[in-house]
Every structure is written in C-alpha cells, then in structure tokens.
Ligand binder design. Structure first.
Ligand code: SAH
Length: 344
C-alpha cells in the first residue's frame, strides 16, 4: 500500500486527473490530510473517491502504540507503522508552544556507542509521509489544525534514525510540512540533527530551506570521536567544521553542536580547550547533554556539577553554550530506549 501523505499538491492533482476527478478535489483531500484524519474519516469527498483512495493508500500510516508521560510533562510516544515496525517520538511543552521530536528511520546504521536507536542496526527508511504523519497525528491529538491553528510550533529531527542517511525523504518531508498548503511550519522552527554526513550537509545548504542545522560532535579530537562514533572514520572534524562554516555562509544561520557529556571520556579540560579552538571564528552554539545512560551500554553520565564545570570552561574560552535540561529521563527518554523495550 502507498502513503497518501507522501504526496504534495501537484501530485494529488495528478492523482485526481488519473482518477477522472476534478483537480480541485486535491485541495479538499489536502485539507483532510492536514487535519491528521484517516482516509475513512474524510467528510468532503464522495464515497466512490474514498473507495478509490482506500484501494491504493493506507487509511493512516501510523498509530499510537504506547504513550508515557514524564513527571516534567514531556510525553513520549511509540508509534506502530502499517508494517508493524515501531518508531518513537517525544512531545515537549514550552510556554510558547509545542516541540515534536520525530524519527526519520526505523533503527539506524550509524552505530554510535552511546545511542540506543542503533543497537539493532537499520531496518528501513521512513517515507516523507511517514515522517509527516507523526506531526499530523500529534497535532490533531492536541486539537490543532493547519496554519495559525497549529499546535505543533517547532519540530526537531532528533528521534531515531540519521536524517542525512535518508536525505531525499527528509527533504521532501521538510518541504511538505513547511508548505503554505500543508501545516505551514516555518523552516526557522525546524532543526535537523546529523552525526555529520558532510556531503549531505553541503547539499542541504542549497535546498533553500533556512532550517537550523545541528551537528552531533560529541568529541573535539578525531581519535576520540572515532572511539564513540564510527562515522568519524569517514569524515574528519576538520571536514565537519568546514561544512558547518559553509552552511552558515549559505543559509545565514548559526550551527548548533551537540555534545553529550560522558564521564571520563570527553569531559576533560583538554576537551573543552580543543572544542573552543575548533569552534573559533564563526557563529555557533554548543548544546551540552549529560549522557542519558543506556542499559545496554557501558558509558556513564556526568553529574550536574561536572556538566556545569565543563560549561563554565567553555564560557571562559568564549564559546556560546547551554546545558540542555535533561528531560524525561524517568520515561526511557534517550533515543531508541522506548522502542527497544517494546521490540525486545
Ligand atoms: N542521527 C542524528 C539524530 C540523533 S538523536 C544525530 O546523530 O544527530 C539526537 C541527539 O541525541 C544526537 O546528538 C545524539 O548523538 C544524541 N544522543 C543519542 N543517544 C544519546 C544518549 N544516550 N544520551 C545523550 N544524547 C544522546
């Protein structure tokens, strides 16, 4: 079965022509898609057209399998896809709105030593419509519609999967969700996080989408980075920094670097000093995340005091830095933890 949410307005219009319908029906279908409805609940199309759609497309590409709510209000979802695969999402509530963290792949093949999403490798890529449907579903659950009546204000591509390893589907998703015909989420409110697939970072800079680029650096020395992130064998830190500068020059947005603090691995003063050195000379920001311990992994997290010390070192060295509040650590908050519990 195909996924209706994969289609943009042009493609829906072509579909209507193929079905022998008037092209303006495409907009009616899109308004239903934007409301996060399953095809069977579309109200403004004929029963005949509904049957034609249901013969080719999934009624809706995913549903909530499990939900956990954290003490801090964060909600974590496991969704089941039509083929039975499980992916995850996290909903964060802020004063100004809601941020939804979406997955881009089932599993991941990047192999980062601290991450739960990659423990069983990559199962498959998500289509653009499967990524979009995570947003559509949660937005409608919150009572949101499209445009100004949206409840999801911000999106981060930080769920399971490596977005730059599923490039075409991710870029199509970004265009669909940012489209004035779609939910109309400003690209300025969307962050794409990558472990540093350099050629695709450069490609992304040319898509005309002013999204926030977030790079998972986690170590300022190549050898150290290789020991926790296999992708470091492909791309050096020098190449990553040069891609980040290129992104800033093309898109005009400062690049955010993620740095998960791991006890006795990357939390030394030497690391802080080297990090400040490589980030010198272009606009950027460092997000420190005390490691979310994953039970299948040996790596240990740092305590609050050591995280603050590392942040202070960076501040003194002239780096713009924040410590990300650890959220949802009581509900399998770390990437892939909830899915693993269900799949295991
Ligand atoms: N594949 C993308 C998105 C991954 S998830 C990427 O690598 O950026 C978003 C962030 O969470 C990444 O920076 C990732 O490295 C980090 N992360 C994964 N597991 C973690 C853990 N156990 N503790 C803290 N951060 C983690």
């Amino acid at each position: 079965m195909q996924i209706l949410q994969d289609l943009d307005l042009d493609e829906l219009q072509n579909l209507m022509i193929e079905f022998g319908e008037k092209p303006y029906r495409a907009k009616q279908i899109l308004s239903n898609i934007n409301l996060g409805k399953p095809i069977s609940a579309y109200s403004n199309i004929s029963a005949e057209l509904k049957q034609k759609l249901l013969a080719r497309f999934e009624d809706f590409p995913l549903k909530i399998h499990t939900e956990q709510k954290s003490r801090d209000g964060t909600r974590k979802f496991a969704y089941s896809l039509s083929d039975g695969n499980i992916i995850e999402g996290v909903l964060l509530e802020y004063k100004y709105g809601h941020t939804l963290c979406v997955s881009t792949q089932v599993g991941c093949r990047m192999g980062c030593k601290f991450c739960a999403s990659t423990l069983n490798g990559l199962v498959r890529n998500l289509t653009a419509g499967e990524i979009l449907s995570q947003v559509l579903l949660v937005n409608s659950m919150l009572g949101g519609k499209a445009g100004k009546e949206r409840k999801i204000t911000n999106i981060v591509l930080m769920g399971s999967g490596e977005p730059m390893d599923n490039y075409d589907n991710v870029v199509k998703f970004l265009r669909l969700v940012a489209s004035p015909n779609g939910l109309n989420v400003s690209p300025r409110n969307i962050s794409v996080s990558t472990c540093g697939i350099v050629p695709n970072i450069e490609k992304l800079a040319h898509e005309g989408l002013p999204i926030i680029l977030t790079i998972s650096l986690h170590a300022p020395f190549d050898e150290l980075r290789k020991s926790i992130m296999p992708i470091a064998n492909r791309y050096s830190i020098r190449e990553i920094i040069s891609a980040a500068k290129f992104y800033f020059n093309e898109v005009g947005r400062r690049v955010v670097f993620e740095y998960a603090l791991i006890k006795d691995v990357n939390d030394s003063y030497d690391c802080a000093k080297q990090l400040a050195l490589i980030l010198r000379g272009f606009p950027n920001h460092v997000n420190l995340i005390p490691l979310n311990e994953v039970k299948e992994r040996e790596l240990k997290t740092v305590n609050r005091k050591n995280a603050e010390k590392f942040a202070e070192w960076l501040t003194h060295l002239g780096v713009s830095v924040t410590i990300r509040r650890t959220m949802a650590d009581d509900i399998d908050g770390a990437c892939g933890q909830l899915r693993n519990k269900i799949v295991a």
